[in-house]
Ligand binder design. Structure first.
Ligand code: NAD
Length: 339
């Protein structure tokens, strides 16, 4: 019997996780819960997903808008082995899941303390096997872990400074900004450093962030003091051994995040998503043998999606080996085609 997965919150992340779950042969989508009967709810119903109203009094609203509902969130949770919670931060559903005895995965808007366990498939899949609750950290944090974990495991990392140039909001949002300004994150370190440490507690990392008027990707400038000398080619070879890290080249015409997203569109994946972190191979430089600099870009709407699928497998122990889960997920999403 495939595992029954519910998705609560069907926005940017929720709809992608739902589609990814629907592609797996060891799990099935039990349904999705939404607060509003908007176009996303209507499209979910058109795809054949069972739509549930997130609130007890919401069903009437959905029916009035012409969206057939299968019940409320409380009903959906009873139908599921695990809930992927993709609601905005601090929506507060933990007591509901605990009462229903259902496992749950949260997203990066939540604090690590909600679950005391944060997940990254390459770094700590095995530590999360059988857990009841886990959090998949934010898109930026996931992107940083994707390149820093391999470096630490294979070369050794003394310390990291990562400067994040963050997108203002997602393409489907017209409310947030800035639209004509650059906004520094005045908190120091930005939350990303401690967030990386929620998965890699021993990594010495400091992060700084600024927000800029773009919607398509985040860009990271990373400076790493390595524990031993390595060349840029050796660093690129380490990343090649890990899934979900791809390299792009300015020499090939990939000069900016615009061309990376164009490449993602050309790959014809679902929603033109780029699940991998993209590193500029001609932007990898080693100075004095041990100081490494590189640039990477993160597609904020989708890099956490394969991690959620693997987290489901880990919590429900559908697969004990993290590498095998990653390969299975990646094959289903077309990851690897951009290498
Ligand atoms: P979103 O606003 O696009 O979607 C949230 C969805 O939840 C919407 O469908 C909304 O109607 C619904 N919702 C709102 N309140 C709800 C409630 N009380 N109960 C049930 N549903 C409710 O948000 P998002 O960008 O998908 O973010 C979801 C989570 O994922 C957050 O923790 C966020 O920090 C994290 N995240 C977002 C991104 C990103 O770039 N968008 C990347 C990684 C992680």
């Amino acid at each position: 019997m495939p595992a029954r997965i519910a998705v609560n919150g069907y926005g940017t992340i929720g709809k992608r996780v739902a589609d990814a779950v629907a592609l797996q042969d060891d799990m099935r989508l039990a349904g999705v819960a939404k607060t509003k009967p908007d176009f996303e709810a209507k499209l979910a119903a058109r795809k054949g997903y069972a739509v549930y109203a997130a609130t007890p009094d919401g069903a009437a609203k959905f029916e009035k808008a012409g969206v057939k509902v299968a019940g409320t969130l409380a009903d959906l949770v009873k139908e599921a082995d695990l809930v992927v919670d993709c609601t905005p931060e601090e929506s507060g559903y933990k007591p509901l899941y605990e009462k229903a005895g259902v496992k749950a995965i949260w997203q990066g808007g939540e604090e690590h303390t909600l679950t005391n366990l944060s997940f990254n498939a390459a770094a700590n899949y095995e530590d999360c096997l059988g857990a009841s609750f886990v959090r998949v950290p934010s898109c930026n944090t996931t992107g940083l872990i994707r390149t820093l974990y391999p470096l630490d495991a294979h070369i050794g990392v003394e310390k990291v400074l990562a400067v994040m140039v963050r997108r203002a909001t997602d393409p489907g949002d017209s409310k947030k900004g800035p639209i004509n300004a650059i906004e520094p994150e005045l908190e120091m370190p930005s939350h990303h450093g401690p967030d990386v440490q929620s998965v890699l507690p021993k990594l010495n990392i400091h992060t700084i962030a600024v927000k800029v008027p773009t919607t398509i990707m985040h860009l990271h400038t990373v400076s790493v003091d390595l524990k031993k000398a390595a060349t840029a080619d050796q660093v690129l070879d380490v990343w090649k051994r890990f899934p979900r890290v791809i390299s792009v080249s300015g020499g090939d015409g990939v000069k900016s995040t615009a061309q990376i997203m164009e490449m993602a569109r050309d790959l014809s994946r679902n929603r033109s998503d780029l699940y991998e972190v993209a590193v500029w191979r001609d932007g990898v430089h080693v100075v004095d043998g041990r100081r490494l600099y590189y640039f990477q870009a993160v597609h904020q709407e989708s890099d956490v999606v394969p991690e959620n699928v693997d987290a489901i497998r880990a919590l429900l122990e559908l697969e004990k080996d993290g590498r095998k889960s990653m390969l299975k997920t990646d094959r289903s999403l077309g990851i690897g085609t951009a290498k």
